[in-house]
Every structure is written in structure tokens, then in C-alpha cells.
Design a binder for this molecule. Structure first.
Ligand code: HEM
Length: 403
């Protein structure tokens, strides 16, 4: 079966390849994907919900250790450093680092950010509201999580611009608009790491009420993160916390434009904000895929998998699985329960930013409802050329100017 689910251009043209995922779920849920024309070295494409959960929850069978981008291995140059990033660790090394950084992401810590998140939402809307038109991505959804992350890590306001450019360069890898290359991405990573080392030095001298300061202090067992571990964690936050939420917000806005009844429903009943963010994450699935590597011969849905094989899980497909979701193709902001796995399949790498992302999306849409209740689409959305992030680069909007 020849099905294309990885060429970045197809994502740019039409979003994630829904028809292909549907067919895979039905006909070949654990599918060996290999296409020399695409330069793909071959991997198992996992598209059913239960299988994505199984892979995510069994790191002893499906390791994160060998993974870098989805289809390549680490270069010798990268390896020493990337080994220090939590995303590429397995238990017990991962468990240790995760339990250490968890202290910065408790619901209490995140709740403290709520006012800041609300202020940022208002501030971004203040900047455009008199114009009556804006680019939702450039003016609102892109700066929004960036400002929040900067606050979270205690980065000074004047550093926002370069952190923004860095984050684009890392995630917009396949997209010519962000003009990146492997060398450029490596260079940007190096700049972020140097920045994180400076930030650590600054926050040691000037402790604040931020996660960087917290992570630089010893935990109850007297353990501290090493300087490189700290820097890799900041790099991970910048990568993981920006594009995901940005595209959750942009994709959510577009979903409302495509389903105006749901926007009217939310306007009429704000209590639905409680379930809206999760339905947006299910519907948009901002993270398209993650890769694991089989640690030993195993099987998945009866399909033998050999040790060393690459295994790629596709979240948007799992989030439309007909065996799990009633009416999976209906955007229903009141969906409850909503066991989507847009934040991961529930294993050790389950998204550290879940509470934060939910809060960000909830507050942003709450403020949009209040300030721009008649927001509408004013032009075509342009999508990101990427098979990793289901992203939107441009989304022209109009609204009644107030001022
Ligand atoms: C991991 C999605 C927002 C930080 C992940 C994973 C997914 C994901 C799918 C991988 C899970 C796995 O491998 O099982 C999302 C989505 C978001 C979002 C859809 C927004 C809508 C955030 C935010 C932050 C964040 C705001 C931080 C500020 C992380 C980190 C990891 C992660 C640090 C790695 C965790 C680990 O390796 O243990 N996220 N994320 N994410 N996310 Fe998020």
C-alpha cells in the first residue's frame, strides 16, 4: 500500500492527511511505511488510539533514547548534548529528571500564571483592536505563548524577539518561510543553550518567582540540575511550549470559523469554556507525531516488530479513532468525557505543559469572546510546511473595531 503521510508539502496544502489516516486505521493500523522517493528510511506508522497508548506507555519496549527528528539518528556532534534532554531519555534517567522539573509545573505553580496569561491576552488584543483586522497568528497566537514562556522562565521582556525567532527556526524546519537548514537549526540550538547558561547565571544572582530560579535550587534530596541539563531543559521548554500552543490557538480559531455554530454556542454559554480547550487539542492535534525505537522483538496488534525498528505514532489519527470517539469528525466543544491524546498517550513523556496549555487556551478564548465576539475569517489560512507540527502561518481575521 502506498500512502503518503510524511511529505511536508501535503501538510502545507491541506493539513494532516486525514483520508490517508482513515484508510490506515481501517486497512493497515500498523503499517510499514517506506518510500524511497520520499527518502524515507522506513518506519511503522501507528494510527489507532489503543496502539498509540500502548507504545507511549511501554518505554521498555519502545524507547525514546535513539530518537531525534522522526526519521534520522543523532549525529555524533549532537549526541552528547541531546542525551541531556528529557525528551530523549528513558526511565530511570527520565524519571529522575522529570520528578525534578515537575515541581515547576504543579497546578498551583501554573495557577499563579493565570493573571499574567489574562494580561498578555488583553495586551495583544489592545494592540490590534482599533484596526478591525489582524493576522491572528502574527498578532495574537504566536506572541501569546511566547510571552507566557518568557515569564515562566524569567526571561527579560527585551529578549522576547530573539527567543521568538529561535523557536520559529527550530520548529519551522521544513518551511522555506522560516528559512532554516540543519546547520541553522544547530546554530540556533547553540544560541539558546548559551542564552540559558547566561539566564542561569543571572537568576542565581537575581532570584525571581520563576521556574528558572526554582530549578536552580536544590530539591529535597539536595539534588540540582547540572548546568547543561538546565540549559537543555530551557531549550526544550522553548521548543515544546511555543509552537504547540500557538497552533492550538490558531487551529482552534480556524475550527470555530469552520464551525460557526460552535462559536455561537460558546458565546451563549461560557460554561463550555471548561471543555473547549480539550476539544481544540483533540481536533487540531498540534503535535502530529513522535517517534520511538523498538528495544526488542515485539508485536503490535499482532504485527511483529523487530528490535531496532522505528515506530511513529500519529496523534491526529488516534484522536479521530472511530472505536474511541463518538462522532470523531464532529467538532463539539461540549465533548465530555474527551479522552483525547493530543498531549501524548499517557506514558512517562506525557506533556509536562498540559495544565499550562489548557489554561492558556481557555483564557485566550475567554478574552477573545469578551473583546472580539464577532471575530471572523478575512482571508485564506496558510499552513506550515511540516509533518511534525500541524501549524498555521497566517490567518487573516476581522472584527468590529472598538476603541
Ligand atoms: C511533551 C503536546 C504544550 C512542554 C509533549 C508531547 C506531546 C505534547 C504530544 C509528547 C508526549 C509523549 O511523548 O508521550 C503538547 C500540546 C500542547 C503542548 C498539543 C499545546 C496545546 C506544552 C507547553 C509546554 C510543554 C505549554 C511547556 C511550557 C512539554 C515538555 C514535554 C512535552 C517539556 C516533554 C516531556 C517529557 O519528555 O517528559 N507535549 N504540548 N508542552 N511537552 Fe507539550
Amino acid at each position: 500500500m502506498r500512502i503518503d503521510i510524511i511529505t511536508p508539502e501535503i501538510y502545507e496544502r491541506g493539513g494532516f492527511p486525514d483520508e490517508a489516516f482513515r484508510r490506515l486505521r481501517r486497512e493497515a493500523p500498523v503499517h510499514w511505511h517506506e518510500d524511497p522517493d520520499e527518502g524515507s528510511p522506513g518506519f511503522w506508522a501507528v494510527t489507532k488510539y489503543d496502539d498509540v497508548v500502548h507504545v507511549s506507555r511501554h518505554p521498555e519496549l519502545f524507547s525514546s533514547y535513539a530518537r531525534t527528528s522522526m526519521f534520522e539518528e543523532f549525529t555524533d556532534e549532537d549526541i552528547a548534548l541531546y542525551r541531556l534532554m528529557m525528551l530523549f531519555m528513558d526511565p530511570p534517567q527520565h524519571t529522575r529528571q522529570r520528578s525534578y522539573v515537575n515541581k515547576g509545573f504543579t497546578p498551583r505553580m501554573i495557577k499563579q500564571l493565570e493573571e499574567h496569561i489574562r494580561d498578555v491576552s488583553h495586551q495583544l488584543i489592545d494592540d490590534v483592536v482599533e484596526r478591525g483586522e489582524a493576522c491572528f497568528v502574527r498578532d495574537i497566537s504566536a506572541p501569546f505563548p511566547l510571552y507566557v514562556i518568557c515569564e515562566l522562565i524569567g526571561a527579560p521582556v527585551e529578549d522576547r524577539g530573539r527567543i521568538f525567532d529561535w523557536s520559529n527556526a527550530l520548529i519551522g524546519f521544513d518551511d522555506p518561510d522560516y528559512a532554516t537548514s540543519a546547520e541553522h537549526a544547530r546554530d540556533v540550538s547553540a544560541q539558546i543553550l548559551a542564552y540559558a547558561h547566561d539566564l542561569a547565571a543571572y537568576r542565581r544572582e537575581h532570584p525571581g518567582d520563576d521556574i528558572a530560579t526554582k530549578l536552580l535550587q536544590p530539591d529535597a534530596d539536595g539534588r540540582v540540575l547540572g548546568a547543561d541539563e538546565f540549559a537543555m531543559f530551557i531549550l526544550l521548554l522553548i521548543m515544546a511550549g511555543n509552537e504547540t500552543t500557538r497552533n492550538g490557538a490558531s487551529g482552534g480559531m480556524l475550527a470555530f470559523f469552520e464551525h460557526p455554530d460552535q462559536w455561537r454556542r460558546l458565546r451563549a454559554n461560557r460554561a463550555l469554556l471548561r471543555t473547549t480547550a480539550d476539544e481544540i487539542v483533540r481536533w487540531v492535534s498540534p503535535v502530529n507525531l513522535f517517534r520511538r525505537t523498538a528495544m526488542s522483538d515485539t508485536e503490535l496488534r499482532g504485527q511483529p516488530i523487530k528490535a531496532g525498528d522505528k515506530v511513529v505514532v500519529f496523534y491526529p489519527s488516534a484522536n479521530r479513532d472511530e472505536d474511541v470517539f463518538a462522532d470523531p469528525y464532529t467538532f463539539d466543544i461540549g465533548r465530555d468525557p474527551n479522552p483525547h491524546i493530543g498531549f501524548g498517550g499517557g506514558g512517562p513523556h506525557y506533556c509536562l505543559g498540559t495544565h499550562l496549555a489548557r489554561l492558556e487556551l481557555t483564557v485566550l478564548f475567554e478574552v477573545l469572546l469578551e473583546r472580539m465576539p464577532d471575530i471572523g475569517q478575512a482571508g485564506e489560512a496558510r499552513r506550515l510546511r511540516s509533518n511534525f507540527i500541524n501549524g498555521i502561518k497566517e490567518l487573516p481575521v476581522r472584527f468590529t473595531p472598538s476603541g
